[in-house]
Design a protein around this ligand. Structure first.
Ligand code: FAD
Ligand code: SIN
Length: 528
């Protein structure tokens, strides 16, 4: 198992439940990852009067034609039991009196978001799953252990991984099955809600190994991150707008109603673009989230973490509008998996944000990704446990370039910042062909020396992975000549169902398109 967020821990628990011995590799402390940062909550059709059918309809409407209905059905249906299971394992969701409390977020036709500790849902989930996994005799952890690449046999089946131990020693580890649960790649962008471990390593490894990777052009930007010099880009949960929060410009004008009938609870892509447009029109660097209606300690009770950080920077949400602007938040694309979490490569499974299940389509419904992590984590864990592979005798390593270094010292932080700024400016909320072509030219230039250098530690490996992904993302976004969901092209501003009701997939180093009907994943060719 690579990754110890909600997806990796769910997979590990499911596999261990089938009697498998599971080793979890994780590159920092086990709780480092996006899961611990999740705020708003987890969506599940558990509220009185709600139904799986309504949750399904909201998810499909948000996905703008690209969600796979069979996958949506599986997640919203199995998600109900999955959430009840974590409650049995000890997770205490917030309550209103004797009943569970349900929050509202954009795109949901009713309040159905369960939350814990107000805005600390991810922390509560991570702690519950970690406690359960650490108590299992069949699950062990190697923390601060960086996975560099997948190891394959001659038929390209995945038989293990190459890893670097905390001391920097590189080891080969063989395994009957490998589950990628490495999360997204928010660190591709200068502005992001994601913690710094989220560098898309698993998706880059899968691309190198020849798994199918797709829908990369769909990066979700969250409209409201705290924008104060010196503060981390902390998310200001959409649940704050669900509780009546209003976005205003520098003149105090509430502008969202002029962009969408759902005003402040419009889909995230609409709100993010509206903020960018408003900032342009008012020559400002930010918008302002007004929570002053929650006066009298309601804000601090419902959103304790947010209130604490705002106060540390001299802002009192009871009185002051909070300066916000959009940031990269969630990568919809990833390693393509089937309904059981299997990828195209024998022995390789994927789940969580690293994967492409078909749930989100072109836009993710708020609070659906934690649910996907629980449901597909379990499925991938069960499938991996049932894997009939045996431990291999000889392994070939997947294709990370390992030529000698060039002898010149390199400022990795500078290179990473340059890449993140490029993606933010050219492949961000608004995109167009000439900017992306220029970005691609720059990426190809960086590849000439960064791919031919050997690095001794994670900083360099992460940078190489980010570069692999920036290339694949930019080519995918350039290819999709329409606007749909989170992918907005100023040169193709309309949705074009006649040409683009399909997925873009990377397969064996080439970008291909595939119509919507779910087919068995294309088998791999014989040995390269
Ligand atoms: P992660 O939790 O990111 O875990 C990835 C794991 O992989 C980590 O343990 C990491 O160390 C490990 N890893 C990565 N690369 C390597 C490597 N090379 N070697 C070894 N280990 C590696 N979603 C919701 O549904 N509701 C919300 O309220 C919500 N709020 C959010 C708030 C924030 C600030 C953020 C950033 C995201 C939020 N999301 C929310 C999205 C959701 O949290 C993530 O999509 C989800 O947690 C991803 O889980 P995961 O297990 O796939 O990945
Ligand atoms: C939020 O709390 O706004 C994040 C919810 C999500 O990303 O699903």
């Amino acid at each position: 198992m690579i990754g110890s967020g909600i997806a990796g821990l769910s997979a590990a628990l499911a596999a261990a439940g089938e009697g498998a011995r599971v080793l979890i590799l994780t590159k920092r402390a086990a709780s480092d990852g996006s899961t611990s940062h999740a705020q708003g909550g987890i969506a599940a059709a558990l509220a009185p009067g709600d139904s799986v059918e309504r949750h399904l309809a909201d998810t499909i409407a948000t996905g703008q034609g690209l969600s796979d209905p069979e996958v949506v059905q599986a997640v919203v249906r199995d998600g109900v039991q999955a959430v009840q299971e974590v409650i049995r394992w000890g997770l205490r969701f917030d309550r209103a009196g004797k009943s569970l409390a349900f929050g509202l977020e954009g795109g949901h036709s009713r309040a159905r978001i369960l939350h814990a500790g107000g805005d600390a849902t991810g922390k509560a989930l991570e702690e519950t799953l970690l406690r359960k996994a650490r108590a299992s005799r069949r699950i062990s952890f190697r923390e601060h252990t960086f996975t560099l690449d997948l190891l394959q046999d001659a038929s390209r089946a995945v038989r293990g991984v190459l890893l670097a131990s905390p001391s920097g020693r590189v080891e080969i580890l063989s395994a009957r099955a490998v589950v990628l649960a490495t999360g997204g790649a928010g660190q591709l962008y200068r502005e992001t809600t994601n913690p710094d471990v989220v560098t898309g390593d698993g998706i880059a490894m899968a691309l190198r190994a020849g798994a199918e990777v797709g829908d990369l052009e769909f990066v979700q930007f969250h409209p409201t991150t705290l924008y104060v010099a010196g503060a981390s880009r902390m998310l200001i949960s959409e649940a704050a707008r669900g509780e009546g929060g209003v976005l205003r410009d520098r003149n105090g004008v509430a502008f969202m109603a002029s962009f969408h009938p759902a005003a402040d609870l419009a889909p995230r892509d609409v709100v993010s673009r509206a903020i960018v447009e408003r900032m342009r029109r008012t020559s400002d660097t930010q918008a302002y989230l007004d929570l002053t209606h929650l006066k009298g300690s309601r804000a601090s009770r419902r959103f304790p973490q947010i209130t604490k950080v705002c106060r540390a920077f001299g802002l009192d949400p009871d009185r002051d509008p909070i300066p916000v602007r959009p940031s990269a938040h969630y990568w919809i694309g990833g390693v393509r998996e089937d309904l059981e979490g299997r990828t195209r490569l024998t022995g390789l499974y994927a789940c969580g944000e690293a994967s492409l299940s078909g749930l989100h389509g072109a836009n993710r419904l708020a609070s659906n990704s934690l649910l996907e992590g629980l449901v597909f984590g379990r499925r991938a864990g069960l499938a991996a446990a049932a894997s009939s592979s045996t431990r291999p005798a000889r392994l070939a390593e997947a294709g990370r370039p390992r030529r000698r270094g060039r002898g010149e010292p390199m400022d990795l932080a500078d290179a990473r910042n340059a890449l993140r700024s490029l993606c933010w400016r050219r492949v961000g909320i608004e995109r167009e062909a000439s900017g992306m072509t220029e970005a691609l030219r720059q990426i190809l230039f960086w590849e000439r020396y960064l791919f031919t250098s050997a690095f001794p530690d994670p900083g360099g490996w992460e940078l190489q992975n980010l570069l692999v992904l920036a290339h694949a993302l930019t080519e995918s976004a350039l290819a999709r000549e329409e606007s749909r969901g989170v992918h907005f092209r100023t040169d193709f501003p309309e949705r074009d169902d006649a040409r683009w009701l399909k997925h873009l997939l990377w397969r064996d180093g080439r970008l291909c398109s595939e119509p919507l009907s779910r087919k068995p994943l294309a088998p791999v060719q014989a040995a390269r």
